[in-house]
Design a protein around this ligand. Structure first.
Ligand SMILES: [Ca+2]
Ligand SMILES: [Ca+2]
Length: 258
């Protein structure tokens, strides 16, 4: 057993020092720091404007897509406008890099992760009543103060058992499947990771993040990286979120609220 472990140890050590592994690690770290600076840019935007930005779409050249009322979307607002996904060939839920002044961006105005994928961004809407712009409307944020919490965005440890169509959406019956509480997450950013650059059939957990056509919902998955042999498939997405407490404390400290 000790000999086997020693051999495995040597193999692992030599693998860690291969060039490709170093490049992958650099891209991973680069993605993490870009997500962190994107989160700072979103919070800075909230301080300057008294509200969170709406997501961009692949048709908006890096600008947020938002109605004058604060509802996210070009028309009435849909789950797609808040949580992303693909609708009619347009990808929603992208970081509004041009609105934020975030760098680096591609030639179309979109923020990129360390792999070359566009960074995803989702923002809370309050589910009842539907599509009320509480966190993307300055007046609503000031009127509501601390009494309105997000009740839609939720992060789960696995897609197994999630109830994305629930009211509110949930991680399901398993008490251990929730990474965040129901009223905690006001915005979320993620990178589709290295495998996001290739056209693959996504595993169950990554599919729950991508929110492709017909599944645009508020449930996101986050756990440590997993190989293709994992029960729910390969997982290399990198995710950060903004809690409502962080958002309000920044706004209060800056004198934006109350
Ligand atoms: Ca991925
Ligand atoms: Ca989802």
């Amino acid at each position: 057993m000790a000999i086997v472990l020693a051999i495995v140890g040597v193999l692992v050590t030599s693998m860690m020092f291969t060039l490709s592994a170093q490049i992958e690690q650099r891209s991973f770290n680069d993605t993490q720091s870009r997500l962190e600076s994107a989160r700072e840019a979103v919070l800075a935007y909230a301080i300057a404007n008294g509200r969170l930005p709406c997501p961009a779409t692949s048709a908006s050249a890096g600008a947020e897509v938002r109605l004058g009322t604060g509802v996210c979307g070009a028309t009435t607002g849909t789950a797609f406008d808040y949580y992303g996904g693909v609708s009619g060939g347009v990808t929603g839920g992208l970081l509004p890099a041009v609105t934020l002044g975030y760098q680096p961006i591609d030639s179309s105005g979109f923020a990129l992760d360390g792999w070359g994928n566009r960074i995803r961004y989702a923002v809370s809407r309050v589910t009842t009543p539907s599509y009320t712009a509480n966190f993307t409307n300055k007046a609503n944020m000031q009127t509501n103060g601390l009494t309105v919490l997000p009740n839609d965005l939720i992060v789960c440890a696995s897609a197994t058992g999630i109830v994305p169509g629930g009211s509110p959406p949930s991680c399901g019956a398993s008490a251990t499947n929730s990474v965040t509480n129901q009223t905690t997450v006001v915005a979320l950013l993620y990178s589709p990771g290295k495998n996001g650059t290739t056209a693959i059939t996504l595993g169950t957990d990554e599919a729950a993040n991508e929110n492709r056509a017909g599944a645009n919902d508020a449930v996101f998955i986050y756990h440590t990286p997993a190989p293709t042999t994992a029960a729910n498939g390969e997982f290399d997405d990198q995710t950060l979120w903004i809690t409502v407490g962080t958002l309000y404390s920044k706004l209060l400290a800056a004198g934006v609220l109350p």
